[in-house]
Design a protein around this ligand. Structure first.
Ligand code: ZN
Length: 263
């Protein structure tokens, strides 16, 4: 299994970080991708990745919920780090739009998202997209940047819609754009609608994730999440697709390697 979205720089892991890493390795987790969320956590992300000896892979980005009055300064810092000659980043993320709790920076969110998508195109890196209560706007920014890319002779955006829990129609549109769905603990929750329609989406378009320390799957819901608990996600996906959990593991691992260029 590869966890394509895990905040291991979160203070929730600072006390037992080494033990947490060993437990994930022992639990069958091959690699873990650690997204950035703002300029302030750049060092923390790099620090945990360095301490992991290549087991953790860093990303960098300005999360829409962290966009405030200083958003332009934050973006400038992120740009400088992303374009440094020794930049170790495997992806741009997490970036996107979030209208759930605060829309006072809606315009700035859109600008920051567009800007970071353009950088991912310039760098040839995949993107971790966070979209909450903003589906249509998210699609329109993605489309706009794709159109720019195609007229500049650049390839289309490669991205995962992280923590996906939307409708069948939204899932289809994501796949039609050539993007991936990040599936995590939500699918283990009772009454999760994804279980009813996800079989319409080819398994080749799914990657696993945790969004740890959040979104902990049943039966550990409410506790700190860890990448090894993705086995509860593969169990549900095994029922949804009618194939073994091993096949879910094999295919989603291959997908993550393709999307993020992991050897
Ligand atoms: Zn996240």
């Amino acid at each position: 299994m590869i966890d394509t979205h895990c905040h291991l720089d979160d203070p929730a892991y600072s006390e037992d970080f080494e033990a947490v890493l060993s437990a994930q390795k022992a639990g069958g987790v091959e690699r873990i991708l650690v997204p950035g969320v703002d300029a302030a956590n750049i060092e923390a992300v790099l620090d945990v990745c360095r301490r992991s000896d290549g087991y953790l892979l860093p990303a960098i980005g300005l999360h829409p919920e962290n966009i405030g009055a200083d958003w332009e300064e934050q973006l400038a810092t992120i740009r400088e780090r992303l374009f440094a000659s020794d930049a170790p980043y495997i992806a741009v993320g997490e970036v996107g739009l979030d209208y759930h709790t605060d829309i006072s920076y809606k315009q700035e969110q859109t600008e920051a998202f567009r800007c970071q998508l353009r950088w991912s195109q310039e760098k040839g890196l995949p993107v971790m997209v966070h979209s909450r209560d903003a589906t249509e706007d998210c699609f329109s920014v993605l489309r706009e940047v794709n159109e720019e890319a195609s007229s500049a002779g650049l390839p289309e955006i490669r991205a995962v819609m992280h923590c996906f829990s939307g409708s069948n129609e939204t899932a289809q549109r994501i796949v039609d754009m050539g993007l991936y769905l990040g599936i995590g603990g939500v699918i283990t929750f009772k009454n999760c609608k994804l279980r009813e329609h996800l079989h319409n989406i080819p398994l080749e378009r799914l990657v696993l994730e945790t969004d740890a320390p959040y979104m902990t799957p049943v039966p550990y819901r409410g506790k700190r999440n860890e990448s090894r608990y993705m086995t509860y996600v593969t169990d549900v996906l095994s029922e949804v697709y009618g194939v073994s959990p091993q096949e879910i593991d094999r295919q989603t691992t291959a997908n993550a390697k393709t999307l993020f260029g992991i050897a």
